[in-house]
Write a protein that binds this ligand. Structure first.
Ligand code: MIC
Ligand code: SF4
Length: 636
C-alpha cells in the first residue's frame, strides 16, 4: 500500500476505497480559524451535542486580527466561550497562523485532520491526511460524524536529487503547479515519494503540501520518516511519532518524476497560482513591495534564511518589505538568535504573526504596483488592490529582490539546520485542562456581530428561475464572497450577503433579493473550475440566503461543490459545455422536475428563453438526501 491507502484504510467507516464512489472516514483532529470558525461553531451548537466527540479540536484566531470596529473582537469572545464550553482548545490572537501552529504543536503522523480552511493539507508535511472543508463538515466531525470524500486517485510525485542553493520548497510546488495547473485535479491526492524526500526538512514538506491546495487536489502527503521523527522530537513530541512509508511495491494511479537538482527559482505570475514562469524571465523588472510570511512560508527555516541574506545590508530605497512570522515560537527563535534585529536593521516592517497581508486585511500595494509575496494565492484583487500585480515567490527570491529592488534569483545562503530543540511555550493555547471535556453550563458570549445561521428549505418539485449572473472560467471563492475589508461580516450572514459577487458585479445582491421577493429562484451560470480556492462556506451559504437554488457550470471544484450541497444548492454541470455559450444573464430558466432529477440519476432538461439544454448532477445517496431537505442543517 501507499501512504494514502494506509491512513485512509485505518480510518474507513463507510464505502470501499477500491471503488469509484464516495467513502466515509473517521476524523481524529479538527481545526478551525476565526473567519470560518464562528459559522462552524454556530452550526455545532445547532446540532445540540454537549461536547466534542473527536480526539482533539483546536479553534485558532489568525485571520481577523486587525480589529477595526467591534466585530472582530466580538467574534474572538464568542469563539473563546464556545471553546471553553465544548472542550475545544482556543489559540488566542497573536499566537500565530493555524497551519503553522498545528504542525508545530498538534499534528500527528498517521491521523486524519479536517480543517475549515483550504490550506489544512499543511499537515501532510508530517504524514497526516489533512483535508480542508466547509465549516459545517467540521461541525459534523466534532460531533463524531464521518467525513465523506470521493474515493481518491493517488499520484506519486517521485522526487530525486537535491535542491540547489537559492532554490527551495516553494519552487518545487510551483514546478508541480506548472505541470498540473489549478484545474482538473479534483479527486486526486498527491503523495510525495522517492529518494529526494529525505533531503527536505518538515517545514519544506509543509510548504509543498500547503500549496497543493492551489492544484485543487483533495490533499497532499509526505511519508513519516526519520526527518519527521527529528522534527517531532525537537518539538518535545517524540511520543507522537509513528513511521508511515509506502510499501516497496506500492501502487499508484499515476506518477510524475521531479529532479530537484534541475529546478530553478520560479514565480506564479498574476492572477493565478497556476501561471508559472521563471524568476530569470523577469530579471531586472522593478518591484514595489515584498511581503514575506503566510502559512506557506513563515517557518523559522524560512525567515532565518531571509535574515541571513539581509544581514548587514539594507533593503532597496523604493521597496517596502513586510515580514509576518507563522507563530510565536518562530518569533521567539528569531529574537533569541539575533535574526529579528537583523531584519529590523535591514529596514523590514515587522508585522503580527497572523494571516494579515495574505488575505488583504492590510498592507495592500499601491495602484499598479508589483508585489512579490511568499504566500499561496495571487487572485486578482485579493491583496486589496485590483490593479496590483502580485507574483508568488520563494523567501530566497523575495530576499534577493528586496536588496536589489528588482526581480532577482537568489544565489542562496548557508542552509538553516533543523533545530535540535524548539522553545516550546503553549501559554497562548487556552482551555487545555478542559480539552475534550468542556465546562457544562458555561455561558456563550454573543455580541451584536453574531447573527443566527439561516436554515435551508426543502427542494421544491419544480423551479422557475432566472440567470442571476453569468461568469467565466476559474471563478474563485474570493470572487464569490470577497474577504479583505468585508471579512469582518463572516458571523453575520444577512450583512455579508450584500457583498456576494461584489468583485464581478456589485448589483448581484439587490437583483437576487428582488427575484426572491417575487418568488423567482436565482441561478448562477459559470464556466470551468467554478469555486476554486478558499474553503469558505459563505460562498454557498450567502447565495442560499439570496435565494440561489442551482449552479450550472462546466465544472465545479471539490470543496465548493460540497459546500453547495451542504446548503441545498444543486451543483449541476452542463452535459454539453457548448450550451454555456447559448445562455445570457437575465434569461429565464425553467427547471421542471428538479426534485425528481435529484432523487433519480441527476439528469435534467432545462428550458431556457432561447433553447433547452441538458444538465447533470452526479450525486451520492447521501448528497441526494441533503439536497432534498435543503442542506445539512435542515436535515438534522
Ligand atoms: C484563504 O486563504 O483564502 C483563507 C482566507 O484562509 C480561506 C478561508 C476563509 O475564507 O476564511 C481558505 O483558504 O479556506
Ligand atoms: Fe491565512 Fe493566507 Fe494561509 Fe489563508 S492562505 S490561512 S489567509 S495565511
Amino acid at each position: 500500500m501507499n501512504v494514502v491507502e494506509k491512513i485512509l484504510r485505518a480510518h474507513l467507516v463507510e464505502g470501499d476505497p477500491a471503488k469509484d464512489a464516495e467513502i466515509g472516514i473517521r476524523i481524529d483532529q479538527t481545526l478551525t480559524q476565526d473567519a470560518t470558525g464562528t459559522m462552524a461553531y454556530l452550526q455545532f451548537e445547532a446540532m445540540g451535542v454537549g461536547r466534542i466527540k473527536n480526539d482533539l479540536a483546536v479553534s485558532y484566531v489568525d485571520h481577523n486580527t486587525v480589529q477595526i470596529g467591534y466585530e472582530n473582537a466580538d467574534d474572538h469572545d464568542f469563539l473563546a466561550s464556545v471553546a471553553r464550553k465544548y472542550g475545544i482548545i482556543y489559540s488566542k490572537a497573536g499566537n500565530g497562523i493555524c497551519h503553522q501552529l498545528h504542525l508545530e504543536r498538534f499534528g500527528k503522523p498517521g491521523t486524519t485532520l479536517l480543517g475549515s480552511d483550504s490550506h489544512t493539507p499543511t499537515g501532510g508535511g508530517i504524514g497526516q491526511i489533512a483535508i480542508g472543508a466547509g465549516g459545517i463538515d467540521i461541525a459534523v466531525a466534532m460531533a463524531g460524524g464521518a467525513f465523506y470524500l470521493p474515493s481518491p486517485k493517488v499520484r506519486a510525485i517521485r522526487l530525486k536529487g537535491r535542491l540547489r542553493r537559492g532554490v527551495s520548497a516553494k519552487d518545487v510546488i510551483l514546478k508541480v503547479l506548472e505541470r498540473y495547473g489549478t484545474k482538473g485535479n479534483v479527486g486526486w491526492i498527491f503523495e510525495y515519494t522517492g529518494p529526494g524526500v529525505a533531503t527536505l526538512d518538515v517545514p519544506s514538506r509543509a510548504t509543498i503540501t500547503n500549496m497543493g491546495a492551489e492544484l485543487g487536489v483533495t490533499t497532499s502527503v509526505f511519508p513519516s520518516d526519520d526527518v519527521t521523527r527529528q522534527f517531532l522530537t525537537a518539538q518535545g513530541r517524540g511520543r507522537d511519532f509513528v513511521r508511515i512509508e509506502p510499501d516497496k511495491n506500492a501502487k499508484y494511479d499515476d506518477e510524475f518524476v521531479i529532479d530537484l537538482g534541475k529546478i530553478e527559482p520560479m514565480a506564479a505570475a498574476p492572477h493565478s497560482p497556476g501561471n508559472i514562469i521563471t524568476v530569470a524571465s523577469m530579471k531586472g523588472v522593478r518591484v514595489n513591495q515584498i511581503m514575506i510570511g503566510s502559512c506557506t512560508n513563515s517557518s523559522y527555516r524560512d525567515i532565518r534564511t531571509v535574515a541571513q541574506m539581509l544581514k548587514g545590508r539594507h533593503v532597496a530605497d523604493d521597496v517596502e518589505v513586510g515580514i509576518a512570522c507563522g507563530s510565536r515560537q518562530v518569533v521567539n527563535m528569531l529574537a533569541a538568535d539575533g535574526s529579528l534585529a537583523i531584519l529590523i536593521k535591514a529596514g523590514c516592517r515587522i508585522l503580527e504573526n497572523a494571516c494579515g497581508f495574505c488575505i488583504g486585511a492590510h498592507m495592500s500595494p499601491a495602484t499598479n504596483a508589483v508585489s512579490l509575496r511568499t504566500n499561496n494565492r495571487n487572485f486578482e484583487g485579493r491583496s486589496g488592490t485590483k490593479s496590483a500585480k502580485v507574483y508568488l515567490v520563494s523567501p530566497e527570491t523575495a530576499a534577493a529582490s528586496a536588496l536589489s529592488g528588482t526581480f532577482t534569483a537568489s544565489k542562496g545562503t548557508t542552509p538553516v539546520p533543523a533545530p535540535r530543540r524548539f522553545p516550546v511555550d503553549d501559554a497562548m493555547f487556552l482551555y487545555r485542562d478542559t480539552a475534550g471535556k468542556g465546562v457544562k453550563g458555561a455561558k456563550i458570549v454573543r455580541g451584536p456581530n453574531i447573527a443566527p445561521v439561516p436554515k435551508g428549505v426543502a427542494l421544491p418539485r419544480d423551479v422557475k428561475g432566472v440567470v442571476a449572473i453569468k461568469v467565466g472560467d476559474k471563478i474563485t471563492t474570493d470572487h464569490i464572497m470577497p474577504a479583505g475589508a468585508r471579512l469582518k461580516y463572516r458571523s453575520n450572514v444577512p450583512e455579508y450577503s450584500k457583498y456576494v459577487f461584489e468583485p464581478c458585479d456589485a448589483t448581484f445582491h439587490d437583483r437576487c433579493m428582488d427575484n426572491k421577493a417575487k418568488g423567482i429562484a436565482n441561478v448562477i451560470v459559470a464556466g470551468e473550475s467554478y469555486g476554486q480556492g478558499s474553503s469558505r462556506e459563505h460562498a454557498a451559504l450567502c447565495p442560499m440566503y439570496l435565494g440561489v437554488k442551482a449552479v450550472i457550470a462546466k465544472s465545479i471544484e471539490r470543496i465548493h461543490r460540497a459546500n453547495l450541497i451542504n446548503f441545498g444548492i444543486v451543483p449541476f454541470e452542463f452535459e454539453d459545455p457548448a450550451d454555456y455559450d447559448a445562455i445570457e444573464q437575465g434569461d429565464g430558466l425553467t427547471l421542471d422536475g428538479i426534485r425528481s432529477a435529484v432523487e433519480g440519476d441527476g439528469l435534467l432538461v432545462v428550458k431556457g428563453d432561447r433553447r433547452s439544454f441538458k444538465v447533470v448532477a452526479r450525486l451520492s445517496d447521501r448528497e441526494k438526501r441533503l439536497l432534498l431537505c435543503g442542506g445539512l442543517l435542515a436535515s438534522l
